[in-house]
Design a protein around this ligand. Structure first.
Ligand SMILES: [Zn+2]
Length: 277
């Protein structure tokens, strides 16, 4: 078993190196990996043909519970297909108990469940787009500076009842605090008040990588808008299922939920009274 494992690893890194397949980022659950291949090479990952830029750049994302090995296939200009195996490190996720959530959002009625399903589909559809934007390769920046109160992946209990994991990073800030685009992109969804997520905004960074901002007080952009990194796009709020004002920033690679905190460095020091605009 162990020998097989080692052989597989050596095989993968050798073939990847010979081939010129390179990745920036760590192979771990929730990670976003920036890849590069020689010009004209096609890439496949998770049964999907991955969009590659003219100069060979692409991006892939690993979900919260990604399997221990990931296989990336490359097809060179002559049509030769090769599979490259990468080991994916498992992560430990914590348990978070949240109390004081509006009970209607913990035990929703059948109508509310139906509504939330429709809204979830709108968000899922927005995350399906595969735009030829290059913002996915930018150095991402925090959308605001503040205290982190929730992290990616935690198993959550709302008012004592087990719920789905938390996929965002929560940053506490007063209502009205400016939310800045962590990278440039195109706005693919604006919704003023979804049942669970309240004011909801999705920005696509290209090649399936998107940011979702929820519980917003106000959204300052419209669907179809092209936005720049650092642009003020929304205001922090407490709409939807929230116990107080904060920004919940989520990221996706298509349907895979990835960890935004792996895209940015440590949270900068908070400057007193500098966060409100
Ligand atoms: Zn949250």
């Amino acid at each position: 078993m162990f020998r097989y494992f080692v052989l597989l690893c050596i095989g993968a890194s050798l073939s990847a190196a010979v081939f010129g397949l390179e990745f920036k980022g760590q192979w771990q659950q929730g990670a976003v990996l920036l890849g590069r291949v020689p010009t004209g090479t096609q890439v496949e990952f998770m049964d999907r043909s991955v969009r590659v830029t003219e100069d060979g750049q692409f991006v892939i994302g690993l979900g919260r519970d990604a399997k221990p090995q990931a296989i990336v296939a490359t097809i060179d200009a002559s049509g030769k297909r090769q599979e490259h195996t990468f080991d994916v490190a498992a992560r430990d996720y914590n348990i978070q108990r949240v109390t004081g959530v509006p009970q209607r959002t913990v035990t929703p009625s059948p109508e509310q469940i139906e509504r939330s399903r429709r809204e979830a589909k709108m968000a899922a559809d927005a995350r399906k787009v595969d735009l030829p934007l290059r913002n996915f390769a930018q150095e991402f920046e925090w959308p605001l500076v503040g205290r982190i109160t929730g992290v990616y992946g935690s198993q959550r209990f709302y008012n004592g009842e087990p719920n789905s994991p938390h996929y965002g990073i929560d940053i506490a800030a007063p209502t009205g605090t400016a939310v800045r685009a962590p990278a440039g992109g195109v706005v693919t969804l604006v919704h003023p008040d979804m049942f669970f997520s309240g004011g909801t905004l999705i920005v696509d960074h290209g090649h399936g990588l998107s940011s979702t901002f929820i519980h917003l007080h106000k959204i300052l952009v419209e669907e179809g808008d092209h936005i720049e990194q650092g642009q003020v796009i929304a205001q922090v709020g407490a709409s939807g299922r929230a116990t107080g004002p904060h920004l919940d920033w989520r990221m996706n690679w298509f349907g895979e939920r990835v960890d935004p905190s792996l895209m940015v460095g440590p949270m900068p020091e908070q400057k007193p009274a500098a966060s409100k605009e």
